[in-house]
Design a protein around this ligand. Structure first.
Ligand code: GLU
Length: 291
């Protein structure tokens, strides 16, 4: 039997909180109980918001918690050239296109369309889908704007990508923390519209880097928060058009704050460093998150 591989993949753009602790500890528990391995991946492609200080803080918190991962740690910012190779393939295959509309232009376009009585579709997070106008630009016009240094992002042509996949897609989702049974969930990448797969200056996005790395690192089980459940459809489509082996998924419950809301990296009182400084022990953290 092949070795099961789990990963914990935080973004160092803030401090770890109880929700991260639960995710990391659950991955560790599953890796241990299955005789598998746990990898740590630092998802720091957003070089403006991610810092080495946050990364060092995260690693210190994880060590304090008792997390034990297999080295080396993969730091995404060190692999931009690999992502760029894949991006170039998608450009060549015309599965991505340069999208030039600014946030203001998108807002104005949608307001105009809604004024004329048409509700503009929104993604599962409530964000309006990207308007189709740029997809119709000629190659000459695209090249002209790029040569003029117009800001743009590479967006997935989700319709073209789904046509390329040529079949309905689904992913295997475990039903609970014990990973005992799976069901197949229909992937609905179209619900997210033409998502960003790379920026002008950063040759990748969260979705692109995550599917490349999960495949490259041989991740067999992606165990992460429920908040990423429906975005998995986008990742499943990218895996298909890139010919990558999909892992199985478990999207776990989220640890909520006292106000019943999702924790954020700016909520100091549930931050691991703050809890440790206030005298909490790793055992107390485990108990608090129910592990
Ligand atoms: N880096 C992502 C985050 O911190 C997690 C990505 C994933 O687990 O797929 O939210």
């Amino acid at each position: 039997m092949t070795l099961l591989t789990f990963r914990f993949a935080p973004s160092p753009n803030g401090e770890l909180h109880l929700g991260h602790a639960y995710s990391a500890l659950l991955n560790q528990k599953l890796a241990n109980s299955s005789g598998g391995r746990l990898l740590l991946r630092i998802e720091d492609i957003d070089t403006t918001r991610c810092t080495p200080e946050f990364e060092a803080g995260m690693i210190a918190d994880l060590k304090w918690l008792g997390l034990d991962w297999k080295e080396p740690v993969r730091r995404q910012s060190e692999h931009f050239a690999e992502y760029e190779t894949v991006l170039k393939r998608l450009i060549r295959q015309e599965l991505v296109y340069p999208a030039f509309m600014s946030r203001g232009e998108i807002r104005a376009f949608i307001a105009d369309s809604e004024k004329r009585g048409r509700d503009w579709p929104r993604d599962p997070d409530g964000v309006p889908l990207y308007p189709p106008a740029d997809k119709a630009l000629s190659m000459k016009e695209r090249n002209r704007r790029i040569a003029e240094n117009a800001p743009f992002a590479w967006r997935l042509d989700v319709g073209a990508a789904m046509a390329r996949a040529g079949k309905d897609l689904a992913w295997a989702e475990f039903s609970d923390e014990t990973l005992s049974t799976t069901r197949f969930v229909e992937a609905r990448p179209q619900d997210w519209g033409d998502v960003i797969v790379a920026r002008r200056d950063i040759p990748t996005s969260y979705h692109l880097a995550v599917v490349i790395d999960d495949a490259l690192q041989g991740v067999s089980h992606v165990v992460r928060g429920q908040d990423l459940f429906s975005a998995t459809g986008v990742q499943r489509l990218l895996q298909e058009i890139l010919g990558l082996q999909p892992p199985a998924y478990f999207h776990h419950r989220l640890i909520l704050g006292p106000d019943g809301r999702k924790l954020s990296k700016s909520l100091r009182d549930t931050g691991l460093t703050a809890l440790r400084d206030a005298g909490a022990s790793p055992e107390e953290i485990r108990r608090t998150v129910g592990l």
